[in-house]
Design a protein around this ligand. Structure first.
Ligand code: SF4
Length: 417
C-alpha cells in the first residue's frame, strides 16, 4: 500500500535588495516598511488557513521559506512567522525547516537567531565561486561571502546546508566550473542544487544578449558542464537524486520531494502556489492586491483548478520522473490510461525513458528533455499521442525544445473542448 506522503508549508517572501539579471520571478525591492506590512498580512493569511486547515491531522513534515530573499526580513520577523505556522499546523519532531538566504544578507547573530528559532536547514544562493561570473549576471555578493556564511552557519549549529549553483553563466568555462565545484566541495555542504542558466523573457540578461553585450548560453557547453558536475559530485560521495539536486546520504530535501511525489503543500505570500486535495491554486502576484484581499478578509487566491483524476495521474508521473529512482507505475495509476501507456512505450523506444518492470525513469538523455517528456505524456493522456522521433526534439537546443513543447501544449489546449 502506498505510504501517505508528507504535507508541508511554503512561505514566499517577495523581497530582494536588487534584481539579478537572469531573474523573472515576481518580487519587490526591499524596504523596511514594506517588509513590516508584508509580515502583518502574511500572519493574517496564515490565521485564515489555520481556522479551516486544508491539511489532515498529521503535523507538517516540512516548512520552507523561499523567495525572493527571505533573509531580507530580519531574523526576528522570520522566527515570528515560523512560530505562528507551528502553532497553526503543528510540526513533526523530525521536520525539515528551511530558509533560503543570500550569502550577503546574514550575520552570525542573525543565523544564531534563525537556528534557535527552529530553522534546521539553510539554503544559500552561492551560484558561482567566480567573481567575474557573478558580476556578469548582476548577482550581488562574492565567493568570500559564501565561505564566510557557511562557516558562521556551522558555528550557529546548522548541520544541513544547501548551496545553489548555476552553470552556463556568461564567460563560464570548463576550467572555471571545475574550480567552483572544487571550492564548493571544500565547504562540505550536505546538499547541492545545480541549475542551468535559462534566458527568461523580459530579463536584463535577455536584453544584454540581444545587444551582444554577453553571449547566449551555449547548449553543448551546458551539457558538458552538467556532466562534469555529475561526475565530480558523485565522485565526492553525493547522490544525484533529482535532475538538478545532489545530496549526501540522508540529506535529500524533504520539502522538494513533496512536489515530486504528489505530497500536499500550502503556499502563503504573493505568487505562492499550493497543491492540496487534488486542487492547485495560486496567490495573486502583486503585493498591493495581496494586502487588499487580506484586509477584506479574503484569501488572496487568483487562480484555482481542481485536477481530474487523469491529470492528477499525469502530474504524479511527470513530477515523479524527475527523481532518479523513477516512479512505480502501479502506484501512479498511469497504466489505466491507454494514451499514457502508449506515450510511455514510445518515449522508451526513443530512449528518453527507461523501464525496469513496473518502474520507469528518465534516461540520462531524457533528463535533458524532461519538459518534452512531460508534454508528450500530457498529449498521450489527451489522446493526441506523442509522435515520437518524428518531432526529433533531440535535434533541438534546449530553449527551442521548450518552445516546441509549449507549442504542443497550445495545440492541445486548442483541441480540447
Ligand atoms: S536573489 Fe533570487 S529571487 Fe532575488 S533577484 Fe536574484 S535570482 Fe531573483
Amino acid at each position: 500500500m502506498r505510504q501517505a506522503t508528507d504535507q508541508g508549508l511554503y512561505i514566499h517572501v517577495p523581497f530582494c535588495h536588487q534584481r539579478c539579471h537572469f531573474c523573472a520571478f515576481y518580487l519587490e525591492i526591499h524596504h523596511q516598511r514594506a517588509a513590516a506590512e508584508f509580515v502583518a498580512s502574511l500572519l493574517t493569511e496564515l490565521h485564515l488557513y489555520a481556522d479551516a486547515s486544508p491539511f489532515d491531522a498529521r503535523p507538517l513534515g516540512s516548512i520552507y521559506f523561499g523567495g525572493g530573499t527571505p533573509t531580507t526580513l530580519d531574523a526576528a520577523q522570520l522566527t515570528r512567522i515560523l512560530s505562528a505556522a507551528v502553532d497553526a499546523f503543528g510540526l513533526a519532531s523530525d521536520a525539515e525547516v528551511t530558509v533560503e538566504a543570500h550569502p550577503g544578507s546574514v550575520t552570525l547573530e542573525s543565523v544564531r537567531t534563525l537556528r534557535s528559532g527552529g530553522f534546521t536547514r539553510l539554503s544559500l544562493g552561492a551560484e558561482s565561486m567566480n567573481q567575474g561570473e557573478l558580476d556578469r549576471v548582476g548577482r550581488p555578493g562574492s565567493p568570500l561571502n559564501t565561505r564566510q556564511v557557511v562557516t558562521i552557519a556551522r558555528e550557529a549549529g546548522f548541520e544541513n546546508i544547501n548551496l545553489d549553483l548555476m552553470y552556463g553563466l556568461p564567460g563560464q568555462t570548463v576550467e572555471s566550473w571545475t574550480r567552483s565545484l572544487q571550492e564548493i566541495l571544500a565547504l562540505n555542504p550536505t546538499h547541492l542544487s545545480c541549475y542551468a542558466l535559462t534566458v527568461e523573457d523580459g530579463t536584463a540578461l535577455q536584453t544584454a544578449i540581444r545587444r551582444g553585450m554577453v553571449p547566449a548560453p551555449d547548449e553543448s557547453l551546458q551539457n558538458e558542464l552538467e556532466d562534469l558536475a555529475e561526475t565530480t559530485l558523485t565522485g565526492a560521495g553525493y547522490r544525484r537524486y533529482e535532475i538538478s539536486n545532489y545530496s549526501l546520504p540522508g540529506f535529500a530535501s524533504r520539502h522538494n520531494r513533496l512536489h515530486w511525489t504528489g505530497g500536499h503543500y500550502l503556499g502563503l505570500g504573493p505568487s505562492a502556489q499550493s497543491y492540496v486535495g487534488g486542487r492547485r491554486f495560486g496567490n495573486v502576484s502583486n503585493l498591493a492586491a495581496y494586502h487588499s484581499s487580506l484586509q477584506n478578509g479574503r484569501r488572496p487566491v487568483s487562480e484555482s483548478e481542481q485536477l481530474s483524476r487523469a491529470h492528477e495521474t499525469c502530474e504524479r508521473l511527470t513530477f515523479g520522473l524527475r527523481l532518479t529512482e523513477g516512479v512505480v507505475l502501479d502506484e501512479t495509476g498511469a497504466l489505466s490510461f491507454p494514451g499514457l501507456r502508449h506515450a510511455i512505450a514510445t518515449l522508451t523506444v526513443d530512449g528518453l525513458l527507461e523501464g525496469n518492470g513496473n518502474v520507469v525513469r528518465l534516461s540520462s538523455r531524457g533528463r535533458r528533455y524532461a519538459d518534452t517528456v512531460a508534454v508528450a505524456l500530457l498529449a498521450g493522456l489527451e489522446e493526441a499521442p506523442y509522435r515520437g522521433s518524428a518531432l526529433d526534439f533531440s535535434a533541438l537546443p534546449r530553449q527551442q525544445c521548450t518552445a516546441a513543447a509549449n507549442d504542443m501544449i497550445v495545440e492541445q489546449d486548442a483541441a480540447s473542448p
